[in-house]
Design a protein around this ligand. Structure first.
Ligand SMILES: *Cc1c(COP(=O)(O)O)cnc(C)c1O
Length: 387
């Protein structure tokens, strides 16, 4: 089977991991800060906090921004459930903003409308989480301008988008956000097995996130409570945190992978350009790119409109699988999951995202996709849509 995504592991990655395995520190050693430095330098951001996965990065980002009971977080319904679950972990409420029908990212017009209504009834969100779907950055200038007008914080869910650019700057520079979050799951742009990172230019937020990843413990004397001189206090727990630390084994893999990030994104662009060229004559919708963005092309989503081709999503999906192509579907809108329905969400709440769910198929897209397999995917796709 040709997978929709696959990690790229080189001998140099294995050597980097082996070096850690033979060293004194498997965790809390030098590899984690080195990986954090690599991301800081690449994204041009002041602080980086490596954690166990993208989900825990979202969780500590929400807590560090003060999200709690009685607060509201808004995100896109066209995302993985983790972008919304992080609010629920904090005891907050979650709501969604429908997507733009061309970029499949959070619609800034829909956001502006919903903010106007929320403002009138005094129910503004504390945090908005734009998700850079498929690696294409959201309209951050638009979202940022609204954050100034209505006073909410921004966490960019850039799980798909390390290596992407918006208006000439790297995603992760946090030019338009308080925190940006990355995931290093094997299907993503670079991998650490499981892993994630939260980056921020705000030292205070970063120091809170660093504490939250390690039980809420600090050894910073200026933050510790005064105790009797005769007692030894080399650390204190001052918040309720978690064990969300990344191991040095994972960080070594991540640092090694960062050395090839531009190569990875470049190869993903080559694959996208060939799909664009070879599939352009079919009556399917190919992913449209906003001129302000340089995507990391985590995914290559096509949309199948049965009225135009006589082929429905289900038929195309099954035919691709029968041909040995393990295509996927991103995403089932978060609010349609049974758990979210128990919270009161229902069908037709976010119709653009729901329509996208009924039409989208994500074709194989990863740096190691061979030309032969790529050509085969194109050939089968052309056959299904009869051209
Ligand atoms: C993968 C992903 C996450 C979660 O990342 P994990 O590292 O798997 O916890 C969050 N949001 C989006 C959009 C993702 O694709």
């Amino acid at each position: 089977m040709i997978p929709y995504a696959f990690q790229d592991i080189k001998d140099s990655d294995i050597a980097a991991v082996e070096a850690v395995l033979r060293s004194a520190f498997l965790t809390q050693g030098a590899a984690v800060p080195r990986f954090e430095d690599a991301i800081k330098n690449y994204c041009k951001v002041k602080n980086a906090v490596a954690v166990t996965n993208g989900t825990s990065a979202l969780h500590i980002a929400c807590l560090a921004l003060g999200l709690g009971k009685d607060d509201v977080l808004w995100t896109s319904p066209n995302t993985f459930v983790a972008s919304a679950n992080c609010a629920l972990y904090c005891g907050a409420t979650v709501d969604f903003i429908d997507i733009d029908p061309h970029t499949y990212n959070m619609s800034v017009d829909a956001l502006a409308l919903k903010l106007e209504v929320a403002s009138a009834v005094g129910k503004l969100p504390k945090i908005v989480v734009p998700v850079h779907f498929a690696g294409q950055p959201c309209d951050m200038e638009g979202i940022f301008a609204l954050s100034k007008k209505y006073g909410f914080k921004i966490i960019e869910d850039a799980s798909h988008a390390i290596g992407a650019c918006y208006a000439g700057t790297k995603i992760g520079s946090c030019q338009y956000s308080d925190v940006t979050v990355f995931s290093f799951h094997p299907v993503k742009i670079i991998t650490t097995g499981e892993g994630g990172m939260a980056v921020s230019n705000d030292d205070e937020i970063a120091s809170r996130m660093r504490r939250l990843r390690s039980h809420g413990i600090t050894s910073d004397k200026t933050l510790m409570r005064k105790r009797s001189e005769n007692e030894i206090w080399n650390y204190q727990q001052i918040d309720l945190g978690f064990n969300y630390r990344m191991t040095d084994i994972q960080a070594a893999l991540g640092e090694s992978q960062m050395g090839r990030i531009d190569e990875y994104v470049g190869r993903r662009h080559q694959i996208a350009e060939k799909y664009n060229k070879e599939l352009s004559s079919l009556k399917i919708t190919l992913p449209r790119q906003s001129p302000k963005t340089y995507s990391s092309y985590h995914l290559y989503p096509i949309c199948v409109d049965e009225d135009r081709t006589g082929v429905c999503q289900r038929q195309a999906f099954d035919k691709l699988w029968e041909s040995g192509i393990a295509v996927n579907l991103h995403y089932i809108p978060v609010h349609r999951h049974p758990y979210y329905e128990t919270l009161g969400f229902k069908k037709n709440d976010f119709p653009v995202a729901e329509r996208f769910h009924r039409e989208v198929i994500t074709l194989p897209m990863f740096p190691g996709l061979t030309d032969k397999d790529h050509d085969f995917v194109i050939e089968i796709t052309r056959k299904i849509f009869q051209l």
